[in-house]
Ligand binder design. Sequence first.
Ligand code: CTP
Length: 408
Amino acid sequence: MQPHYRFAGYMGKCVHLGVCGSIAAYKSLDLMRAYQEADCIVSATLTDACTKFVQGLSFEALGASPVYTSMFDGGPKADTAFGHLEPGQTADVMVIAPASANTIAKLAFGLADDMLSCQALAFPGPKIVAPAMNPRMWSAPATQRNWGMLRELGYIQVEPESGHVACGDIGKGRLASSEEILTATLKAISPQDLAGKKILITLGPTREPWDGVRFWSNPSSGIMGACMAMAAHLRGAEVSVVAGPTDLRFPSGIEVVSVTTASQMFQACTDLWSSMDIGCLTAAVADYHPVVYGSDKFKKTESNGAGLTIEFEPNQDILKTLGDSKAEHQRLIGFAAETSCLKEEAARKLMSKNLDLIAANDISRQGSGFGVPTNQMFVLDSHGRKEMWPQLSKTEVAWRLWDHLLLG
Ligand code: CTP
């Protein structure tokens, strides 16, 4: 699980996982681990068909408790008279992954003829369904009608992915990734206090080419921006990320525009800014780009082997450009990576770039800066509020920064 999926605020939340008969049933064990990494408590119900693929013991061994199977004939919870109602009293969210065509049909019509369908019918909280099946079964009119009925009934839907499926066919029907289902689950139990807000986030480094193979850049991993994006998405915002080159993955609900150079990032941000409510610019943008040598690879020769001087030209300041054109209803967050005069530099950048909030960190400190999952922030806003936070995970920093902005 990448670091921007590791939020601490879900500790102790109870997820009830329903697993249907599918070759993808083994993937629900991986999903269960993802919930456990988020410190959630997991219980499970396996349909009869699921137990032909994966046994209850596997879920128990990995820590699911309780694990329900058949309603009447044996199984660990057969002696519980009201097992079919229990998740509704204890769990915060119910997730059916993988959901088979059969179970989707039962949920659509309100049938309750096994433990899982009874529990789903009696569950009052948010319910998430992530199907997995053969592409022809998925596209069958009956399945599509039932899927539409689940939407109308308020189920949160995680669409299957396209690709090769176990039987050799190619098409839509693969179970969505654990990260995708985890995101939908955490969102379902998060406060939706950023709902209705459109948020632009920049992240990662930029790369400024010099010749056909070389570029000028920095070691930014983009993790801080990714945490800001995930936290905003989980809290209901519509998030657009403009990302420099990184290996970060985002759930499908976050729009990602990939760029390489500062000038491409500038263009993407200025195109989007007027339609946004909030901008949060975390990217480590190169302030200068080298004067390009050419599209060929630079060759070392005897005449230039003794030394090399490269000329640089300035890039535009994206944050300042957005700040200068900021409308009354818009809010702008900046970041500052410093090696000295942290507070003074934060105050200067807050003013000069017309920001509402700035989060500054001393990148010379251990555990605060490029490539690490933690940060220690000095936070200053346009109302004069200033706070020095302890070293926190970047997900925690992101969550607190949105809290801080929402204070007004
Ligand atoms: N930033 C930007 N465009 C640039 C440079 C910086 O949008 N061309 C943004 C960064 O994303 C960050 C903030 O401005 O939110 C501050 O970046 P930083 O590099 O700390 O400051 P600079 O203004 O570049 O000043 P200096 O490098 O001299 O500290």
